[in-house]
Design a protein around this ligand. Sequence first.
Ligand code: COA
Length: 359
Amino acid sequence: MEPPKLSTPEYSPGLADVPAAESAVSFIDGKRARLEYRGISTETLARESSFEETTWLLLKGELPTQKELADFDEQLRQHRKLPYRMVELLKSLPPDGHPMEALQASVAALGMFFPSRNVTDSASNWEAVLRLVASLPTLVAAFHRLRKGEEAINPRSDLDHAANFYYMLFEREPSPAIRKVLDACLILHAEHTMNASTFAARVTGSTLASPYSVICAAIGTLSGPLHGGANEEVLEMLDKIGPASNARAWLEQAVAKKAKIMGFGHRVYKVKDPRATVLQELAENVFAETSRPALYELAVELERVAAGILGPKGIYPNVDFYSGIVYQVAGHPARPVHADLRDRPRLRLAGALAGAAPE
Ligand code: COA
């Protein structure tokens, strides 16, 4: 008797239109440019909330009372500092290594300093959440400084999350406009339904791996140029285009060659990403202090000409189109420490800092 023929199961490349889980945390309407966290639009949160308040909202499902927010804020401040040996470990990493790899390695190490392997223990999970949210900026800032041969700066408990992150990077406090735009960036990257890094995190979490391992998986996924790394690619692309008057000719040529235009297009949004719109609005407040950079003028012109060329296909700027420029203007490193670095270890950090990732 012949063995029964095995039929090839149907599959969908890229799991397109195959829902793997539902998100109660956020909601996207890709046609109406709407992103909500727990039912509240991210534009409202970016303009009116703080990273701390939004993080509580995402974690707990509703906005905190004043007391809950004050307690949570205090707990985060207490969890910012790194163990001394963590700083030593960061010192031993190659200075020209990729910061996302440094972040992934140091989060894994943090999980060894603060074991949290019993994921059925909610107190231990909460402790891990606090430490991860609070100390990721400390890890990022420490590696940024150590690789340049500078001392890591201890966190300050009198500053909020965004201002303290800036302070640890640059040893000075941000202006109110820069603090606000950085805080908004963290809010806008904090959550994005079932994007690639969240998916990776959930697969890892489903094995009952520790929260630190879960975030490591997410950071690795986020680091790719088609995900959180796109903002770096945008800066490189803009550098290549040159003056704004080149935008149309450059774009026409790139489209003819079927090149991917970085910072454009999205799996879900078929209109302009709402996060890009609110980022631009807040960036204008920073530019009022620093003047509008030529790179930004070029980006605006590229968006304008792309509306006629890529717009009809539903390809518009995503959050990464403007975020790299905003970080650069806010003083974040936008170029490698060593000019001969082959990869691009710079900006794909905001999502990881926020504990989740941009799509
Ligand atoms: N530039 C040029 N063409 C693009 C494009 C872009 N940025 N994004 C999508 N397209 C085109 C694709 O080439 C494809 O064309 P085709 O149908 O002729 O083959 C079509 O649009 C659909 O592309 P696809 O890759 O299936 O879209 P997607 O929805 O799966 O991909 C991204 C979404 C984000 C991966 C994609 O838009 C991209 O690579 N963008 C650039 C990287 C980026 O900015 N990432 C950050 C996302 S927040």
